[in-house]
Design a protein around this ligand. Sequence first.
Ligand code: NAP
Length: 326
Amino acid sequence: MSTPRQQVLVFRELPPDQLARLQAAHEVTVANPRVAEQRDAFFEALPRAQGLIGSSYRIDAPLLAQAPALRVISSISVGIDNYELPALRARGVMLCHTPGVLTETTADTLFALVMATSRRLVELAALVREGRWHKNIDESLFGWDVHGKTLGIVGFGRIGQALARRAALGFGMPVLFHNRSAVNVNEELPALAGLARQVSLDELLAQADIVALTVPLTDETRGLMNAERFAAMKPGALLVNGSRGGVVDEAALLASLDSGRLRGAGLDVFATEPLPLDSPLRTHPRVTPLPHIGSATHETRHAMAVLATSNLLQALAGQTPAATVR
Ligand code: NAP
């Protein structure tokens, strides 16, 4: 039996093949509220929308109040910090997301940030591009070895574990990790047996040369990396943030960079995105800033769109999608 056609609101661009899948089954409006010219169309379609699909937009109780017909939101992301979960629960709105399909690509991005920040790749590429390479570089521009350094991973889920494999198996890096629940490395990740060890956050910060953040943004992790935790890091350590900007107190990070306590920071995510032009993090000489590109490859963004579209189609058909947030 075919599903009755329902009202779908797409609030971030979808690739044409996935948009066509939705249009074949439902009435579809495409309107991104973050684009000024499309904002009115989004709020005009919201009251009749039964399904929403998109990402990077806050969906909270006041917005839900304007969406009385809504039954399901399919997020094109694994992170769900943009959704006010208690409000969704109270309204009985299902939330789906895209775990797994972006894990390896995001871990690649984070390892690239480790390399770029430690070896100062962006800064040194600029030297060449801007015609400032007049002689062999001297030690003022030397980098810091990555291989053999201890990597501390905060949040040892899918992405954290994929990062650990790259570090331990590819670069000979001892891995320490901190996670909410216990992870039995020998049983669950035999390839990392003897190479990765679970420790407290305090021990991780005290021992790691490079600290990588791969936790979700939640009430527990908001501002996790504050002045006290930066002060607990090894002098001269590096920070890499691939989770969400809100996990880091950016003022405290800047103070730790300026005091020389931290060697540098590789940041894919920021408290406010796009990063405001007046943010000191944008031009800080020891920050490698990226525009939130963890999953941004052709292959992975397409795989996320396919999964998110499948989630929405299944939910609207009354089935339970595999990637439902519980
Ligand atoms: P995941 O598999 O759910 O892993 C998250 C891990 O963090 C889990 O192991 C979880 O522990 C742990 N955790 C949660 N709260 C914690 C806390 N308070 N203290 C310590 N550990 C805690 O998720 P994932 O797929 O790896 O993604 C992780 C996050 O990366 C996403 O939520 C998203 O924000 C971010 N992300 C960013 C990008 C990007 O473009 N930069 C791309 C993808 C994802 P438990 O096992 O106990 O739950």
